[in-house]
Write a protein that binds this ligand. Structure first.
Ligand SMILES: Cc1ncc(COP(=O)(O)O)c(C=O)c1O
Length: 357
C-alpha cells in the first residue's frame, strides 16, 4: 500500500494552545484518505485537512450510509506514539460496515492507515498524562442516485485532533421512557450517524431539565437498561460489578471490553447480563448500590452522581468511586507508560512507513 503524501503549506500547529484544547474543538493539519470503486480500495493518500466533495444526492447525505470510529493515540515516556487495542476498533468498524452494506477494510490496510496518519501528525499528540490525539476513521457512501440501495462507491478518511484529559464532573442521568435510541434488529450496534441523530431530541430535553445525559431503556417495557449517551454503563452492587450484555441495540464499547478484561484479571466479580432498572432501584434502597459509572473513549470513566427514574432520585456519594477510579488509573497509566503493558495491548507506531518530503 503506497501512500501519496501532500504536506500542508499552512500548518495550524503554532496557533494551538496545548493547555486549552477542549475535546473535539481542533482538527490537525492532515487527513488520511482512500476511495472504493469497482470493488477495491485505492488512491491511498495523506492530504491537508480539507472539506469533502460530496454530491448533494450522495447516499451518505440522503440515506445516512456512513459509519465512523473514535479512538486515541497517546505518546508515552519513550516518545513513541501508541494505539490502545486498535484491533477492537477495526473489528467494530467492519461490523458497522457489514450492517450498513458498506465494504469492509482489511485489518492490515486499516492499521497502516492509522499508523501513517498518527506518524504524520506526531507533533499534534499532546504529551500531558491523560491527553491524546483523537482519531476519527469515517466512511461515507459517495454514489449519487436516489434509489434506496447500497452505494457502489465510498470514501474512507481518518482525521485527527488533539484532546486534553477529559475530566468531567460526576454526571446526573435520567432514564428515558418516551424516546428510544435503538432496538434489537435495528442499527444500535453499528457506529452509524443515524443512531446519534435519533438520540438528539431526548438528550436536548434532558439537558433542558438539568440532566447531563439519558439512560436508554429498551422499549416497549422501558425496564431493561441499554447504555447512556456515548458510553456503556457499569454498576457496582455489593462487591459485584455488573454491565448490560450486548442485546443487538447496545454499542460494543472498546472501553467496556478493557474494563471487563481488567476486572476479570483482578478477580473482581463481573457479570455481563441483562440489567433492569428495578434491580438498581432495589439495590439503592438497600444501600447496596456502591458505584455507577459510564465507560467511553472520551472520558474513559464518567462517575455518576445521580440517577432519576420517574419520581425516584438515586444520589450516589462521591467517596464510593473505588472501582471506577482504579479502572481509570489503569487505562490512563497504560497510555502514559507509567503502568507496564503486561497484556500487550499497546501498538507502537514506530515503523518507518512514512517518508515526508
Ligand atoms: C453509543 C455509544 N456507546 C458507547 C460508547 C463507548 O464506546 P468506546 O468505549 O469504544 O468509546 C460510545 C462511544 O463511542 C458510543 O457512541
Amino acid at each position: 500500500m503506497n501512500i501519496n503524501i501532500t504536506q500542508t503549506t499552512n500548518s495550524k500547529l503554532a496557533d494551538i494552545d496545548f493547555n486549552d484544547i477542549p475535546f473535539g474543538k481542533y482538527t490537525s493539519d492532515h487527513m488520511f484518505m482512500m476511495d472504493y470503486d469497482n470493488g477495491a480500495w485505492g488512491d491511498f493518500r495523506i492530504v491537508p485537512y480539507q472539506a469533502l466533495m460530496l454530491d448533494p444526492q450522495s447516499k451518505a447525505l440522503q440515506y445516512c450510509q456512513c459509519i465512523f470510529e473514535g479512538m486515541k493515540a497517546s505518546i508515552g515516556m519513550d516518545g513513541v506514539p501508541k494505539l490502545l487495542r486498535p484491533d477492537l476498533n477495526i473489528e467494530r468498524f467492519n461490523l458497522s460496515a457489514e450492517r450498513m452494506c458498506m465494504p469492509l477494510i482489511p485489518e492490515d490496510m486499516f492499521m497502516q492507515a492509522l499508523k501513517s496518519i498518527t506518524l504524520c501528525e506526531i507533533n499534534w499528540i499532546p504529551k500531558e498524562v491523560g491527553s491524546a490525539l483523537y482519531l476519527r476513521p469515517t466512511m461515507v457512501a459517495t454514489e449519487s442516485s436516489l434509489g434506496v440501495t447500497p452505494s457502489s462507491t465510498y470514501t474512507f478518511y481518518i482525521y485527527t485532533g488533539p484532546a486534553q484529559p477529559y475530566f468531567n464532573k460526576p454526571v446526573k442521568l435520567i432514564t428515558e421512557q418516551t424516546f428510544i435510541r435503538a432496538v434489537p434488529g435495528g442499527t444500535g450496534e453499528a457506529k452509524t450517524g443515524g443512531n446519534y441523530g435519533a438520540s438528539l431530541k431526548a438528550g436536548q430535553l434532558a439537558k433542558q431539565n438539568g440532566y447531563d445525559q439519558i439512560i436508554w431503556l429498551e422499549s416497549p417495557a422501558f425496564k431493561k437498561i441499554q447504555e447512556a449517551g456515548m458510553m456503556n454503563l457499569f454498576f457496582v452492587i455489593g462487591d459485584t460489578v455488573i454491565t448490560p450484555k450486548l442485546s443487538g441495540a447496545v454499542l460494543k464499547g472498546t472501553t467496556r471490553t478493557y474494563f471487563i478484561d481488567i476486572l476479570k484479571e483482578k478477580n473482581i466479580n463481573v457479570e455481563v447480563r441483562d440489567i433492569y432498572i428495578d434491580e438498581i432501584l432495589e439495590a439503592y434502597k438497600n444501600n447496596n448500590l456502591k458505584e455507577a459509572f459510564g465507560a467511553g473513549t472520551a472520558a474513559v470513566v464518567s462517575h455518576i452522581a445521580e440517577i432519576t427514574h420517574g419520581d425516584i432520585q438515586m444520589v450516589l456519594p462521591a467517596d464510593t468511586e473505588k472501582i471506577s477510579t482504579m479502572l481509570y488509573n489503569e487505562i490512563t497509566g497504560l497510555r502514559a507508560g507509567t503502568i507496564q503493558d503486561k497484556r500487550n495491548w499497546l501498538v507502537s507506531v514506530k515503523e518507518n512507513i512514512l517518508t515526508l518530503s
